[in-house]
Design a protein around this ligand. Sequence first.
Ligand code: BDR
Ligand code: CA
Length: 305
Amino acid sequence: MKPIIFDVDTGIDDALAMSYALHSPELELLGFTTCFGNVPVDEATRNTLAVLEKVGKHVPVYEGAAQMFIRGEKKVWAKHVHGEDGLGNSLQHHPTTKAESQSAPDFMIEQVKKRPQEITIIAVGPLTNVALAIQKAPEIIPLIKEVIIMGGAVTVPGNVNAFAEANMIADPEAADYVFSSGLNITLVGLDITLQTLLPKSKLAEWRATGKETAQFFADITDFYINYYESYYPGIGGCALHDPLAVGVAIDASLVSAESMNVKVTLEGEEVGRTVGYPEDEPKIRVCTKVDAARFLEHFLSRVVG
Ligand code: BDR
Ligand code: CA
């Protein structure tokens, strides 16, 4: 089993990614860490705990950054994409479980030091917690086995605007700091996640199982697909951004990548843009191709349990 710290800003595709990971025996989930992003951090923590309760699994949750790494500002949330509650306005109960008292960056530092060269971090929100952890304890950089990041759009346009992907523009300085740190990084960006679409027809299949969890995931994903259909007319489904990062953690052969240095534009109208420089160091693996059919089949075989 691969030991994982899973960093989330729990909106809808984060919730799907969590459930996929929780039903994957290849992964040992050490903890979920939360960050502001789709929603404020306290709501991301609440949603993470609520999804764990829905799925019926216990994994400790550690709350992290409430604001950007350098700017200290809060960004504009993505409630138009994920709903007022971050879960498609379908969160009907408040979780009874609570987050741990240790902070997300401190949990990352502690775990990596305990298990050097073993832990993979999957990060599917703004990169603030990872940036804070390696800033506080730079000695952990060579001790982290891999960081699999959902974020960026190196070879395709952004999704917030023509340049920037949401997790990058949410905290560009954190992303740039992480990319230039020398960490062993695999970048799962819009370059491939926009090729992994969940068709709306699958929601009826989930509902037909009669399981309460499947009903919940169908409800939240319905909201997400409606947003996708308004933003990308004719798309016929929603992109499985965050779940694809989990898919890559389980089976790296789902994707192929090109090695390049990636810098994040920090100012001006292109702020949050990820630009690849094949000739420069340090190199990270930017995924550019995905076996979308094989990934979708695997995801669907597990996501609702
Ligand atoms: C990313 O942005 C967030 O809204 C999603 O959860 C995903 O992590 C896609 O650009
Ligand atoms: Ca996310």
